[in-house]
Ligand binder design. Structure first.
Ligand SMILES: CC(C)(COP(=O)(O)OP(=O)(O)OC[C@H]1O[C@@H](n2cnc3c(N)ncnc32)[C@H](O)[C@@H]1OP(=O)(O)O)[C@@H](O)C(=O)NCCC(=O)NCCS
Length: 172
């Protein structure tokens, strides 16, 4: 099937959360793992919208930075956009921010780059459409996504080899 061009805007996703005590540690700060879950979910929405596939799966999450803590009662806003689509995979950038309800000013708390792969009903990767960046920011993210993919690919190969070894040598 011929690859079409899709804009970043078409698939952008946003999620809002109010942080409750059940998701925080004894200091009243949001657990990192919970924030990763929110990041993964909002990123997956952008990837689904772009891929228009039956399913997208998370292949990796990298460049994950917890810049500042998120406190109980905070209004957390997460924004996700597809930085670049490759053959079957897409790099989605997610930015998490806390909104001041009085001024609506946003404070940056976390950023991550998540790679999703579009798959069919059997879990086999399927091709996705290409992204056409429209703005200066989108062009920068598009170029950066290729650089990150190149540095990631060596690591993906290295991990594949390591997994083969582990399957043979792994002892609990
Ligand atoms: C992601 C998955 C489908 C890739 O399968 P695979 O056999 O490696 O498939 P391929 O080698 O054909 O690679 C398919 C694409 O995935 C990308 N990919 C594979 N592993 C990757 C990784 N660790 N990080 C980033 N991209 C990765 C490849 O670069 C390729 O992208 P491209 O088609 O755009 O060039 C497979 O590893 C999988 O199903 N993993 C589990 C996913 C899951 O359950 N996620 C939820 C976590 S609990």
């Amino acid at each position: 099937m011929e690859q079409q061009l899709r804009t970043v805007r078409e698939s952008q996703a946003e999620r809002s959360e109010i942080i409750f005590p059940g998701d925080t540690n004894s200091l009243g700060n949001l657990f990192g793992g919970k924030l990763m879950q929110f990041i993964d979910l909002v990123g997956a929405v952008a990837a689904y919208r772009h891929a228009r596939a039956i399913l997208v799966v998370t292949a990796s999450m990298d460049g994950l930075d917890f810049v500042a803590p998120v406190h109980v009662g905070d209004l957390l806003i997460l924004k996700a956009s597809v930085n670049r689509a490759f053959r079957t995979s897409m790099e989605v950038g997610v930015k998490a921010m806390v909104e001041d309800p009085k001024t609506r000013a946003l404070r940056h708390v976390s950023t991550a780059y998540v790679t999703y792969v579009a798959v069919d009903g059997t879990g086999t990767p399927v091709p996705v459409d290409a992204i056409v960046p429209e703005t200066e920011h989108e062009e920068r993210r598009y170029a950066d996504a290729l650089r990150r993919r190149e540095s990631r690919s060596g690591e993906v190969k290295r991990k594949r080899e390591m997994r083969k070894q582990l399957a043979e040598d792994w002892h609990v």
